[in-house]
Design a binder for this molecule. Structure first.
Ligand SMILES: Cc1cc2nc3c(=O)[nH]c(=O)nc-3n(C[C@H](O)[C@H](O)[C@H](O)COP(=O)(O)OP(=O)(O)OC[C@H]3O[C@@H](n4cnc5c(N)ncnc54)[C@H](O)[C@@H]3O)c2cc1C
Length: 205
């Protein structure tokens, strides 16, 4: 998902840390002593960490809510379930369609979704029509231990821009964002963060 510069930095950092990367291979079996790859190759492992994406909990479908093939609750522009408009869904549990595609789960999108649903509910109690949720991605922060990180800045559709941060500066950036998502988001919303930062998220709230 990152641009070539950030990707190359990430590759060098992993190499320095002694991580061997096997990209583009498919795991077909997870076994007690390792994994088996397509083609039959066996990789020994004392521990296997499976990070193959997320899916919604079965509870949503079992409740009769419309869900997508990954079990996420399908919502309209205002984050209401398309089958049950009195139910709002936010975060990883929701399948939110925006002009550039369906959002993938991050706290980056989950926090504004939660705030939006709260705003809309409060508005509804005052008789206001629900407003559509607008969002654009801004960055992809990746920690590489305590002393290194890569931050890839992105367009609203999550495609990489030219700019990225690395090393200590990237660590400081990620620490700030991860330790204070609500204050950071509120500052952005109130326009107290540099206007330039808001302009980068063109199309986003
Ligand atoms: C290892 C890891 C690293 C990540 N790193 C990042 C990152 O660096 N940046 C980023 O933006 N995102 C990151 N994410 C993604 C981010 O954590 C999620 O997108 C975010 O937590 C989603 O928030 P949520 O509130 O929608 O769901 P969750 O945080 O999953 O909260 C759902 C809650 O519902 C509870 N629950 C489930 N079923 C029931 C039930 N039946 N009754 C009551 N409660 C229930 C669960 O226990 C849980 O507490 C990471 C995720 C993982 C797993």
């Amino acid at each position: 998902m990152m641009g070539p510069g950030a990707r190359a930095y990430l590759g060098r950092s992993l190499e320095r840390l002694g991580v061997e990367v096997r990209a583009g291979v498919q795991v077909t079996k997870v076994l007690p002593g390792g994994v088996e790859l397509a083609g039959g190759e066996h990789l020994d492992a004392e521990a296997t960490l499976w990070t193959a994406g997320t899916r919604g909990l079965p509870l949503a479908a079992a409740s009769g809510l419309s869900v997508d093939p990954r079990g996420r609750i399908v919502v309209d522009a205002a984050l209401r379930s398309v089958s049950h408009p009195d139910v709002y869904a936010v975060g990883d549990a929701a399948a939110v369609s925006l002009p550039f595609g369906v959002l993938h789960g991050t706290c980056h999108s989950g926090v504004p979704m939660g705030l939006h649903a709260g705003d809309v509910l409060a508005g509804e109690l005052r008789g206001r029509a629900p407003r559509p949720f607008r969002f654009g991605y801004f960055h992809q922060p990746v920690s590489l231990g305590r002393r290194d990180a890569v931050i890839q800045f992105t367009r609203p559709d999550d495609s990489p821009r030219r700019w990225y941060l690395t090393g200590r500066l990237a660590v400081a950036y990620k620490e700030t964002v991860s330790n204070s998502p609500f204050p950071t988001f509120r500052l952005l919303k109130r326009g107290l963060m540099p206007v330039r930062a808001l302009a980068l998220t063109a199309g986003a709230r």
